[in-house]
Design a protein around this ligand. Structure first.
Ligand SMILES: Cc1cc2nc3c(=O)[nH]c(=O)nc-3n(C[C@H](O)[C@H](O)[C@H](O)COP(=O)(O)OP(=O)(O)OC[C@H]3O[C@@H](n4cnc5c(N)ncnc54)[C@H](O)[C@@H]3O)c2cc1C
Length: 366
């Protein structure tokens, strides 16, 4: 049984992530929800790192033989909802979970639906209610270890009705700060600028955003960034956050409820799917054989991947952003690292291997 606080329309139009690892695409396809994704998703074989006015391509296919797919998170959500309703399994929209009880023995969830209070008794609770949900706070604070890092910058992100200026993502390091050219479709561009964490969006009229993007993304060859109507703007803070353990009795934390990554590595949605994969396998084993063993390993198996994705996201963020009070030494270190990453095949392979997603089934490793 799925409880969702918001309406179906709201969750099907909420704009968030958009880069799917190959492993995520495989999971969605194998679960029977890959048909539209395969038809409409944009397959990318690489990304560009731009610095010093020059672009350098990291060729995923050549380096690791894999690719990524750009397909907006709300489209994944639409496909999942349609599939679940298609086999007549319930999703309760506008049903807000209020309280969780006895998660270590006989779990129960109290929720509000249609103006009245209800209660479900359940075998297990999948706490996939995001960073601000109720599942993580239901656990006594003394039983949780929190590992956290706040970054001294944020991303100002826009969606614009204009074809993307490049057919692959372009990550730019510039003295004025980071910029990212991404896309949601062949007609819609998604662009980001590094800004202060307390930046006021009111100070960023459309013209200023386009001008700043052009300044940071300029190349010696005369890169042209066409503008178009901006239909959404927002500021996203940058944070790394990990909860340990991710399991308490019969309550499991998944996705943002358990961990947050800065978006630079495009890992947030992919990590949530990876948690679902581990939990699903454990549940299938339990209902087939009665064994709880795979479920007992949930935290360990998830955290192995979570920490590797945290490391990658932190590394990409540190390499590509300007920190406050950076001097010429730090600037040259950024440039040297980018030069190394783009010229050394070993270093490019490391980036590519992590970006397309670490393999799932390497025993003991991932
Ligand atoms: C503004 C924004 C932009 C982002 N951009 C990117 C990006 O570009 N790239 C990237 O990789 N990642 C990005 N992310 C991160 C990525 O979207 C998340 O990692 C991903 O959504 C995690 O999925 P989740 O299911 O764990 O949590 P969520 O997607 O947050 O889903 C949790 C759901 O639980 C529901 N819920 C919460 N509380 C209750 C309750 N009490 N009762 C019932 N339902 C409840 C919520 O309404 C929500 O629908 C972004 C996140 C945000 C917020």
């Amino acid at each position: 049984m799925v409880l969702e606080r918001h309406s179906r329309e709201y969750v099907e139009t909420r704009v968030r992530a958009g880069v799917l690892e190959q492993g995520t695409v495989d999971i969605l396809r194998d679960s029977g929800v890959g048909e539209r994704l395969e038809r409409e998703g944009l397959q990318h074989q690489g990304v560009e790192l731009r610095f010093g006015g020059q672009g350098h391509r990291i060729d995923f296919q050549d380096l690791v033989g894999k690719s990524i797919t750009v397909y907006a998170q709300q489209e994944v959500v639409k496909d999942l909802i349609a599939a679940r309703l298609g086999y007549e399994a319930p999703i309760y929209f506008e049903a807000e979970a209020m309280q969780i009880q006895e998660y270590d023995a006989q779990p129960r969830i109290q929720y509000q639906f249609d103006g009245t209070s209800h209660e479900i008794a359940c075998d297990f609770i999948a706490g996939c209610d995001g960073f601000h949900g109720i599942c993580r706070p239901a656990i006594p604070a003394g039983q949780l270890q929190i590992h956290e890092r706040h970054y001294p910058f944020a991303w100002l992100g826009i969606l614009a009705h204009v074809p993307p200026a490049s057919h692959e993502l372009t990550y730019t390091y510039h003295e004025r700060g980071f910029a990212l050219l991404s896309m949601r479709s062949l007609e819609v561009s998604r662009l980001y600028l590094q800004c202060a964490p307390d930046e006021n969006i009111e100070n960023w009229p459309d013209d200023r955003i386009w001008q700043e993007l052009r300044t940071r993304m300029a190349t010696q060859e005369g890169f042209v960034l066409r503008d178009g109507p901006i239909f959404q703007k927002g500021i996203t803070p940058m944070r790394s956050f990990v909860t340990s353990p991710m399991q308490f009795g019969k309550l499991f934390l998944l996705g943002d409820a358990a961990h947050i990554v800065p978006p630079t590595g495009a890992k947030g949605l992919n990590l949530a799917v990876a948690d679902v994969r581990v939990l699903t396998r454990g549940l299938v084993e339990f209902y087939k054989t009665g064994s709880l063993e795979p479920l007992r390993q949930y935290t360990e198996r998830c955290l192995r991947r979570v920490w590797k994705c945290q490391r990658f996201s932190w590394w990409m963020t540190s390499m590509l952003h300007r920190f406050p009070n950076e001097d010429s030494f730090s600037h040259n270190i950024h440039l040297a690292e980018l030069d190394y990453v783009t010229r050394s095949r070993a270093a490019s392979t490391t980036l590519a291997e992590n970006y397309v997603g670490l393999p799932f089934d390497t025993p003991g490793l991932f």
